[in-house]
Ligand binder design. Structure first.
Ligand SMILES: [Mg+2]
Length: 216
């Protein structure tokens, strides 16, 4: 991140706009935007680290160490332990909490009020503990949110096209390229594991996502 962006973000973590985001401000139809869950709405990587600590005594890995989406490529943990933590994370029943990314609940609620419903599309194989998480951050979730679990990254584009989605907020860069190829505009949610060059609109806060939407 360039120093001026870092300053802007620190001064105004929810409202600061990156140059790219500012250039696209207010253009996205609120009915045409949908969201990934893990790494965008849910602070899933922190939960991964919490489960690793609580259940596997792993304390040496920091959030910033997760510089690849594929965890085996970036963190010093046996593949078997990574897999066991992920299974736990997907199935639920962990002691730690899955928390929202700051700002997500308020913007989702505003969208639900504006449009009646919000669409979330995850590549998880099942919705699982995400349903309870969502009810916790969005009180109307039972009526105002639809979560689709595709079971694969590649299936996201089809689901989004069927529902007329034009813009999708996503943290996995490979998926952004695939969505772009399918005609859906990706909005990359900046995370330590997607810091590579890309041509897409990028946001690093929910304040910036809110700023992209045409609310009138
Ligand atoms: Mg994700």
């Amino acid at each position: 991140m360039p120093p001026q962006d870092r300053e802007a973000q620190e001064a105004d973590p929810e409202g600061g706009l990156s140059p790219v985001a500012a250039g696209n401000g207010g253009r996205v139809d609120p009915k045409g935007i949908a969201f990934d869950v893990d790494g965008v709405i849910a602070d899933t990587m922190r939960l991964f680290l919490d489960i690793a600590r609580d259940e596997f005594d792993v304390t040496h890995i920091r959030y910033e160490d997760i510089t690849r989406y594929n965890l085996e490529e970036c963190i010093d943990l046996p593949a078997e332990v990574i897999d066991r933590v992920i299974v736990r994370l997907l199935e639920g029943g962990y002691r730690a909490a899955l928390n929202p990314i700051p700002g997500a609940p308020a913007v989702l609620e505003r969208l639900a009020r504006r449009c009646g419903t919000v669409l979330l599309v995850t590549a998880r194989p099942t919705v699982g503990p995400i349903a309870g998480f969502l009810r916790g951050i969005l009180p109307c979730a039972a009526e105002c949110a639809e979560i689709v679990a595709t079971g694969s990254y590649d299936a996201k584009a089809e689901v989004l096209l069927e529902r007329g989605v034009t813009h999708f907020v996503e943290d996995r860069l490979e998926t952004c390229f695939a969505l772009d190829a399918a005609g859906i505009a990706p909005i990359l949610f900046a995370q330590p594991w997607n810091r590579e060059p890309h041509p897409f609109v990028e946001v690093s806060s929910w304040g910036q996502i809110e700023g992209l939407i045409r609310w009138e």
